[in-house]
Design a protein around this ligand. Structure first.
Ligand code: AMP
Length: 554
């Protein structure tokens, strides 16, 4: 398929606001696509080049991109920046610049989708010494063959801001429409294998039955089931009647997979972090008795001297560590508290009740200190649950989880099977999409960060407020270092940023507001921490902001 055809599809999607029409457009593309291409297309249509768990990232920031555009269009990075600021969008700016470019060479070839993807792959794989130049060269070469419209979408894809209003739900529905299978069957298969391309191929060849046969397999991470905010202990117990009440450990979620001698640990983002956590891997090898397993738990960092949980940042430092991992493991030892089993010895457990899954988990694991099952109390009594909650808080935990005993595990979904109750006010994880260059005491620092939530339907990021407080001078420097390479454009002191950094934000209240495109505004927002374990795709959604807004009234 020629890339220009895909670019025209993007343009149509951009002009089409309706969800149904958008779904039809995507379905047509998928229906006509070659087998091989389906895999790539499903991601590209959402503006995603590689699946999260592939470990591949382009690693191209705005400044390298502008350098490439400047090189191809015979201008300077400064001029490109200027053009982006004027157009308000890097893609449109690149398009306009490519239009003005002097005479295209006669040898300029037509780009295919496969070639564009292949170049993206090469860019992602360039690492180590000289990788900057290599990435730049590949990018410039790609853009030099691009027609203006193609340039618009290549640039936006690189920046992670496709702006055509396509999110996962639309691709799911389009696969269903294209190959006449139910949406829920597509959804389930996707959650189990994490690959829309694969799902589309199965839907095409084997229909609904084929999709139903998609199995979890150790080594391929599964999207985790998410928790809902408990309105109150009483309400949840009233709804569930009897619930499993568990300690909510404050660490990072891990999904541990085992297949014979092989062992994998995946983060919440489904990154493979096995090499960074040799101590957890060793314990898992020793304690998981089942030959094959997929289990979930929370990894908590404990201070060996005080026995108290350590800060979240320290946990993440270990997750990201590439060198001297053993030393780090000794400095910041982890304990793991398991809370679910998804697969054991060839059997997928997700459709079983939580009560049964927990029973199987107990059988499959030989517990030892540091590799244990989450502390649990099964009760229907509010009083008992309250006692457990207070005890959990006293021990320094975040709060409790309340789980339905009869519910299945629904990958990737925030259904009312699992509730969390925390002592502190619920926070939001939002994407930083803009900032302002500080003045006076804050000169030279990026401050006042624009916070955005993702609209689940369109994938678009919409601002819900700005945050400046809760940031120390040291953090200002840290944020500036982190955000400066992400600057897409600047107008006066105001910068727009490539959406990459997710922060956890506390606030006093959510208000309705005409000032922001989202329709909501946070009152007195404050940065709690950077959520390096979350990608912008995983940040909280606008739908969740609305949910929290509505729950305030209660
Ligand atoms: P939150 O990240 O605030 O939405 O809370 C849900 C997270 O709590 C899960 O993704 C887990 O990482 C974590 N967690 C801690 N303890 C438990 C537990 N006993 N059961 C389930 N999740 C837990």
């Amino acid at each position: 398929m020629l890339y220009i055809e895909l670019a025209r599809v993007y343009a149509r999607l951009e002009e089409t606001p309706g969800k149904i029409e958008k779904t039809q457009i995507i379905a047509e593309v998928l229906k006509d696509a070659d087998e091989e291409l389906l895999g790539i297309l499903a991601g590209l249509l959402m503006g995603r080049v590689f699946p999260e768990w592939s470990g591949l990232e382009l690693g191209v920031g705005p400044s390298m991109l502008y350098e490439a555009i400047a090189f191809v269009c015979g201008s300077s990075p400064r001029e490109v920046k200027q053009a982006v600021a004027e157009a308000g969008d890097a893609g449109s700016a690149a398009e306009a610049m490519l239009k003005r470019k002097v005479q295209r060479t006669l040898f300029s070839k037509k780009l295919t989708v496969e070639e564009v993807y292949g170049t993206f792959e090469k860019i992602a794989r360039a690492s180590g010494k000289g990788s900057h130049d290599r990435k730049l060269k590949l990018l410039a070469e790609l853009l030099s063959h691009a027609e203006p419209l193609e340039g618009r979408y290549i640039v936006r894809t690189v920046l992670g801001e496709l702006r055509v209003g396509v999110a996962e739900g639309l691709v799911r529905d389009a696969i269903a429409l294209a190959f006449s299978v139910p949406s829920h069957a597509v959804e389930r298969a996707y959650m189990l294998c994490g690959d829309f391309g694969k799902v589309a191929r199965i839907a095409k060849h084997a229909g609904e039955r084929g999709l139903a046969e998609v199995r979890m397999s150790p080594g391929t991470p599964v999207k985790p089931m998410l928790a809902q905010l408990a309105p109150s202990l009483e309400k949840v117990l009233e709804e569930l009647r009897k619930a499993a009440v568990e300690v909510k450990y404050d660490g990072a979620r891990v999904q541990i997979h085992k297949k014979g001698e092989k062992l994998w640990i995946f983060s919440r983002r489904l990154e493979n972090v096995t090499d960074a956590l040799p101590d957890v891997a060793e314990r898992a090898r020793r304690c998981i008795l089942a030959e094959e397993a997929v289990v979930e738990g929370e990894a908590v960092a404990v201070d060996p001297e005080t026995g108290k949980p350590r800060a979240f940042q320290e946990i993440l430092r270990r997750f990201r560590r590439k060198y001297e991992v053993r030393k780090m493991a000794a400095q910041i030892p982890f304990e793991v508290y398991l809370f679910d089993a998804l697969y054991l010895n060839g059997e997928m457990l997700i459709d079983l009740s939580f009560e049964e899954r927990r029973r199987r988990l107990e059988q499959a694991v030989e517990q030892e200190h540091g590799f244990e099952l989450a502390e649990q109390l099964v009760t229907s009594s509010v009083k008992e649950a309250e006692g457990f909650y207070e005890k959990a808080l006293e021990m320094g935990h975040e709060g409790i989880m309340l789980k339905s005993l009869s519910a299945p595990y629904v990958p990737g979904a925030r259904v009312g099977y699992m509730y969390k109750l925390k002592a502190l006010m619920e926070t939001l994880d939002l994407v930083i999409t803009g900032a302002v260059w500080g003045t006076g005491k804050r000169a030279g620092w990026l401050s006042s960060y624009e916070l955005s939530a993702r609209d689940e339907d369109t994938g678009e990021l919409l601002p819900v407020g700005r945050v400046g407080t809760g940031v120390t001078e040291e953090q200002l420097q840290e944020f500036t270092d982190m955000l400066k390479p992400l600057i897409i454009s600047q107008e006066a002191e105001e910068v727009r940023l490539k959406p990459e950094v997710v922060v956890e934000v506390a606030y006093q209240e959510i208000q309705r507001s005409p000032n922001y495109a989202s329709g909501f505004a946070l009152r007195f927002p404050r940065v709690v921490r950077v959520r390096e374990d979350k990608s912008p795709e995983e940040a909280d959604t606008l739908q969740r902001v609305r949910e929290l807004y509505e729950s305030q009234g209660r």
